[in-house]
Structure formats: C-alpha cells, structure tokens
Design a protein around this ligand. Sequence first.
Ligand code: DAH
Length: 339
Amino acid sequence: MINKINALIAEIEAFQATSLEAVEAFRIKHLSKKGTIAELFEQFKALPGEEKRTVGQAMNELKTKAMDKVNQLKEELCNTESSEGESDLTRPGDNIRLGSRHPLSSVKNEILSIFAKLGFTVSEGPEIEDDWHNFSALNFPEEHPARDMQDTFFIQKSPDIILHTHTSSVQVRDMESHPLPLRLVTPGRVFRNEAISARAHCIFHQIEALYVDEGVSFADLKQTLTYFAKELFGPETQIRLRPSYFPFTEPSAEMDVSCSLCHGKGCNVCKGTGWLEILGCGMVDPNVLELNGIDKDKYTGFALGMGIERITMLKYGIKDLRLFFENDIRFLEQFTATI
Ligand code: DAH
C-alpha cells in the first residue's frame, strides 16, 4: 500500500495543467468522494493496527499534496487567463500608476504663467557660455571681485568657455537679438562650483525676468514684484525690498516676502524674522544697456532673478535641496500639481 501511495504522490507532483477544466478533472479523479484518495482510505480502514501509523502519515501527506496542487494550479491559471483576456473581458483593468510632474517643473511653470499674465514671453539660452555673455556684458569688469560671488566651472581657459553661472547671460543674448521693447522671462539650469549640502548644489535652476522699454521705472518693478508675490504665495502676502548689490543693476535690491507659514509672526522657517528672502532685482545698470548697444538715454529697464529650488522649498516646506535631484519616487509622487 505504501508503494501505491508513493506512486500517487509522484503522479500528483508531476501533474501540470493548461486549463481550469483539466484541474477540475484532476480534482475529481483524486479528491472526490469516489476518487483515488477516498478509495485508498477505504483500504486503509482494513489495515492491521500496527501498519496504520506509517500508512496514515503517508495518506495525509498524499491528501495535502493533492489539495495544494489543485489550489496552486487554479491560482496560476486564473492569473494568466485574466491577463490574457480569455475569460471575462468586462473585468476592470489594472490601475496604471500615473507619474507626477517634478516639483521644480511645476513651480517653474507656475512662475512662468504668472509672468505670462503680465505679457512676459519665455526665452531660453545656452548653458555653455563665453565670458562676455556671463560676465563682461553684465558689467562684471575683468578681475572684479564680484566674479568670485559665483564659483565658475570652466570648460576652457583663454578664451574662457564656462557653464553659465546664472540665467542673466540669457538677458544679454536677448538684448542682442530681440527688438525693443523687451519683456522676457528666462528659465534655465545654472552651474556653480559649490559643495553639495542640504542648502546648496552645484546645479540649480533660476528664472530671470527682464523688461526694457522707454520710461520703465522702479515703481513698475515694485508693482510687478507685488503682483508676482501675491499670485505665488497668496493674496495676503506682503513684500519688502532691501538694498543690495549686483554688478548689472543699479539700484539693486533683494526682495523678501512675508512668511506664508507664520504670517509674519516668526517661525523656524523664517528664522523668527517673519520674512523670507526670495529674489534679487533692480534697474538695469545703464552700463549694461550701453554694453549691449541700447540707447541708455532713451531706454530704461528692470530685471529680477530667483532660484526655483529655494521657492519650491519654501512653498512645500522641503528641508533638503538634494531631494530634488535624487529622484526618489516616494518623494516625487507627493507632488500632484498639474501645471
Ligand atoms: N544673477 C543673480 C544671481 O544669480 C540673480 C539676479 C539678481 C538676477 C538681480 C537679476 C537681478 O536679474 O536683477 O545671483
């Protein structure tokens, strides 16, 4: 009897099926009331007591193996049949996981769309630049210490070819090639030789705006900044301008917005000041207009520039800038913005 059981176990283990019908036939053959296993149980009853122990163990193993086989084959076949669409074509499909836009892209698009409402069109320029477009034409004289503000990656020395350190280089290209008046926003990726940390990276993103026309005044700049800040951070947002220095603007300022988290009361994001620094700006220095062939007695302009990472961090309360570049899906899928 043990031999019979072992032969049946081997048969069961070797069994394969390509359809649910074949599995059902197998179940009936072995596990039904008149099946092979039930028949063996009948014979088992007639065995002498001392044999019952060993044979009983083998019988139990046989029955479990047969039941496991049926379940396993049924599961496998159900999965393949439904994915091949052979069974129920009306079954709902598996959900496709949708990607989400990178937070830097959606904040960039949001900023561009705010400026679009003010009539600014998008202009982009090369990432690999010469010294003229990145520095000289922006009123950075050679050997001027202001060049040290931006640790430059060089591709080639004399003539210097570099990775642009700011999108202001695109302003120069715009002034060269576009007829006046100019009203442009220039998003771009910029490069600086900085140690990577939670607050700095050697690659980051900027958006710059440039407006050059007859009669453009500081009041126009201030109004544009106020509108921009309220659109981006909410209608209750206040701005303040602090005097600053950039070689290409005179006067220059840095703009703070009232902290949208504590509403100016002071919290750890704004370090208790109630204000967050957002961007640099100013009136285009007449030297820059002149260097770019624009009549400085007829035209004036304003410019402003901001880092997209910084704004995104403030908007979403992100504490570590490196997260933007790691592409960890658990981080990225938290952002569902549609723009
Ligand atoms: N280019 C500056 C930087 O990268 C940012 C900036 C400041 C741009 C003032 C401007 C501006 O257009 O007016 O640090």
